[in-house]
Design a protein around this ligand. Structure first.
Ligand code: ZN
Length: 212
């Protein structure tokens, strides 16, 4: 579907398939054609530091475009679709708490939302596990995707810190983000949660770059 038509439809009907732009009904994760293309198995990777990470889709079309549209074309409503996709694969995850990769406060204000928080919030309400703010981004570092892989590890060092530490101790925590690429960002977030004495930390993302 061309961009003008899908934009026109989106303006009058807020529920569109995040992967192709077709109008869908409230409560549907995607249109029937796109659901047909979904993968049976989740992608399993590890964030830096060895923390397990499951993802719904490879970071390629049409999945990558849905994440990009959510962030940059301002479709925060796609968090509901992604949360439903996650729920269809992982309906009763074994965690005490759900959290998300935070944005630097100024960047979040500019965008108007943090996509990772919205996905975590919507998934949390489906699986009935509390979503808590357990991490804060304290430095406005360069965006990871603008850097070569060799510089990404240093770029996230000291960028995040644990908050609400009393809630972290002894808990099995799931960290949600939109995309795992090199796994440095999620690895750093997991490390901060483990330093704050979490019992275990795992990750869940919409997309995974599998050739990273
Ligand atoms: Zn579709």
């Amino acid at each position: 579907m061309n961009r003008i038509l899908s934009g026109f439809l989106a303006a009058f009907c807020p529920y569109v398939c995040p992967f192709c732009g077709k109008v869908i009904k409230f409560g549907e994760k995607a249109c029937a054609e796109c659901v047909e293309l979904f993968y049976d198995d989740m992608i399993t990777r590890r964030a830096v530091g060895g923390y397990p990470c499951k993802s719904l889709f490879p970071y390629k079309e049409p999945y990558s475009n849905s994440v990009v549209r959510m962030k940059f074309s301002k479709y925060p409503i796609f968090s509901e679709n992604f949360a439903l996709c996650m729920y269809s694969k992982l309906s009763s995850p074994d965690f005490d708490l759900i959290t998300y990769v935070p944005m630097y406060i100024k960047k979040e204000r500019e965008r108007g939302f943090n996509q990772a928080f919205l996905i975590a919030r919507d998934y949390s309400s489906l699986v009935k596990i509390p979503c808590e703010a357990l991490l804060e981004k304290i430095k406005d570092n360069k965006e990871q995707h603008t850097l070569p892989a060799s510089e990404r590890k240093d770029n996230v060092k000291g960028v995040y810190r644990a908050v609400n530490k009393e809630k972290i101790i002894g808990k099995n925590i799931l960290v949600i983000d939109d995309v795992i690429t090199t796994g440095n960002t999620l690895g750093e977030c997991c490390k901060m949660l483990m330093r704050a004495k979490a019992a275990s930390v795992s990750c869940l993302t919409v997309c995974a770059k599998i050739d990273a």
